[in-house]
Structures are given as C-alpha cells and as structure tokens.
Design a protein around this ligand. Structure first.
Ligand SMILES: Cc1cc2nc3c(=O)[nH]c(=O)nc-3n(C[C@H](O)[C@H](O)[C@H](O)COP(=O)(O)O)c2cc1C
Length: 175
C-alpha cells in the first residue's frame, strides 16, 4: 500500500473534480490518497508521500505559473519518487490533441520544466459559460466558434473522458 499525494491547481474547480475521481479509483485499489489544492498549501512537504501526482488546468494558454514554481522548488524530491503530471484543457476534446504527445500545452509545459514524471496524461475539461465573467465568456465563445465548439452562452459542457481518467488512476497505482 502506498501513500499518494495528488496536488492540483484549478481556477473553476474541474481539475479538483478529476482529482476526486482519481482518489476514488486509487483508494479502491487499497492505497492511501491525500488530495490538496496548491493554492491552499503551496509549501506542502512532499517527503512523507511515496508517490506524487500534480494536476493543473490551462487558462489562456498556460498552467498557473505557481505550478512551475512548485515543481522547481520540489524538483529534488519529485525526482526521488514515482511521480505523475496531468493537464486539463479544452483543446484536448479533439481526438487528435488528447494524448500527452499530441497536446500542445502539455508538450510546451514539458519543455519549460526539467522534471520528468513517470506518467503523463491530458484530460479534456469543462466549459461553464454561466459562471464566467463577461470578458472571459466572450473570449471563450470566440475560441469555441473558431474551433467549432459550443458557443451558446448558457451552455455547460463537460468534455472529460472519465474512462481515460480511470485508466490514469490505474497507472498511478502501478507506478
Ligand atoms: C478564462 C478561460 C481561459 C481558458 N483558456 C483555455 C486555453 O487557452 N486553452 C484551452 O484548451 N482551454 C482553455 N480554457 C478551458 C479550461 O482549461 C477548462 O475550462 C478547464 O476545465 C478548467 O479547469 P479548472 O476548472 O480546473 O480551472 C479556458 C477557460 C477559461 C474559463
């Protein structure tokens, strides 16, 4: 049995929902899982955990810079244990961009950091127009219009493939 930390960065909460799904599957396999939000505990001590998973969502082309800073600060510990990273974005709703090798945000991110996680994943996120402010709503509608996604300003659409989240949970358990 391993003691696993899943730490995540989110703006609208969906990455946290994915973490809870991972927790459910990994715990069902007999492991202990702690889920923490990076904002709440940026100086969390990684040393007590056997495996570390970091998850982050994309906003205007980037993960929160706090994620890069967290990885740099903890590089040595991260390299000493099995570790994994996943990115959440809506470009990943496209089948040709839903793999770590084909998702442009994840590929760009990996070039910015020197940590090399054992397991990588990318998950399609959620569009929740009613919760966005005016400017964000218009920006996302425009991007969706350009990329043939939903533009109805009342739409709430979850693109996440939960089977692929469960499959990643299996890889976390085994790494
Ligand atoms: C203001 C804003 C900007 C976003 N920018 C991007 C983007 O550049 N590329 C992308 O693929 N998804 C983008 N998204 C979609 C988010 O990645 C998606 O909604 C994700 O589920 C958010 O996760 P969170 O709720 O954990 O923050 C954006 C969403 C918002 C609200």
């Amino acid at each position: 049995m391993a003691n696993i930390l899943i730490i995540y960065s989110t703006t609208d909460g969906h990455t946290g929902v994915i973490c809870e799904r991972l927790r459910g599957v990994v715990e069902a396999g007999g492991h202990d899982v702690t889920v923490a939000r990076l904002d709440d505990d940026p100086s969390i001590d990684l040393q007590p955990y056997d495996k570390i998973v970091i998850g982050a969502s994309i906003r205007y082309g980037k993960h929160n810079p706090q994620v890069n800073a967290f990885i740099s600060r903890n590089q040595i510990v991260l390299e000493s244990k099995p570790s994994a990273f996943f990115s959440v974005n809506v470009v990943a709703r496209k089948p040709e961009k839903n793999q770590p090798e084909t998702n442009p945000y994840l590929q760009k991110f990996l070039k910015q950091i020197s940590w090399q996680p054992q397991a990588l994943a990318v998950f399609a996120g959620k569009i929740d127009y009613p919760r966005y402010g005016f400017l964000d709503k218009q920006a996302i509608r425009f991007i969706m219009w350009m990329t043939k996604g939903p533009t109805d300003p009342t739409a709430v659409v979850e693109f996440t493939n939960w089977e692929s989240v469960d499959e990643f949970a299996g890889r976390i358990s085994e790494m």
